[in-house]
Design a protein. Structure first.
Length: 209
């Protein structure tokens, strides 16, 4: 089963509460999603390898450390995942960004792929999949499966809110993928929405219905 990391930092929990509020505007929602993603990014990137280097400061030579090893790729699941990219990139601006387009069939609730564009060297990068909601787990599992077909080996999944069902499905189908979230909610409704959740993240990000 996957490792599941639920962030309990006060700033993240505070901002998640504001994100859930139905009265939060699209502008505020976008800002909060980006801020939460940036805060989560500190822990998501904790295991990035370092190497020691010598740097000349204005007053002497310092032995210090810089990022080494594999480089990162952020892969948002369109469209809602776009709301998390800027926050992550503010921490790791050298990361590449791929995109996977999936939508949920309203009848089956299963994902349908309509777009995919990944860095050519995705197989040589540590991949962080971004999607605000881990609901049924269908889109997450499909995205991870597609990335593995393209050679990606070290994959993490980062969301803002997950359901117990989504966590269970992703961790069962892809036990090697770590799951990072700010909250795990109780269940899904008949439409596949997380309850209490925060509604449709894409609609709230972009002001659509």
């Amino acid at each position: 089963m996957s490792e599941v990391f639920v962030f309990d930092h006060p700033l993240i929990q505070h901002k998640i509460s504001l994100l859930r509020d139905k009265n939060t505007s699209s502008k505020e929602f976008r800002e909060l999603a980006s801020e939460i993603s940036m805060l989560m990014g500190y822990e998501v990137t904790r295991d990035i390898p370092l190497k020691e280097v010598e740097i000349e400061t204005p007053v002497g030579t310092a032995k210090t450390k810089i990022i080494s090893g594999k480089k990162l790729a952020f892969v948002p699941i369109l469209r809602a995942g776009l709301g998390m990219v800027d926050g992550m990139l503010s921490l790791v601006p050298m990361a590449r960004v791929g995109h996977i387009g999936l939508y949920r069939d309203p009848e089956t609730l299963e994902p349908v792929e309509y777009y995919c564009k990944l860095p050519d060297d995705i197989a040589n990068r540590d991949v962080v999949v971004l999607d605000p909601m881990l609901a049924t787990g269908g889109s997450a599992c499909d995205a991870v499966r597609f990335l593995k077909k393209h050679g990606a080996k070290n994959i993490k999944f980062v969301c803002l809110i997950a359901s117990k069902e989504g966590v269970r499905r992703l961790s069962t189908e892809h036990p090697d993928v770590g799951i990072y979230c700010a909250a795990v909610d109780e269940h899904l409704n008949d439409l596949g929405y997380i309850v209490p959740g925060l509604g449709d993240a894409g609609d709230r990000l972009f002001g659509t219905k």
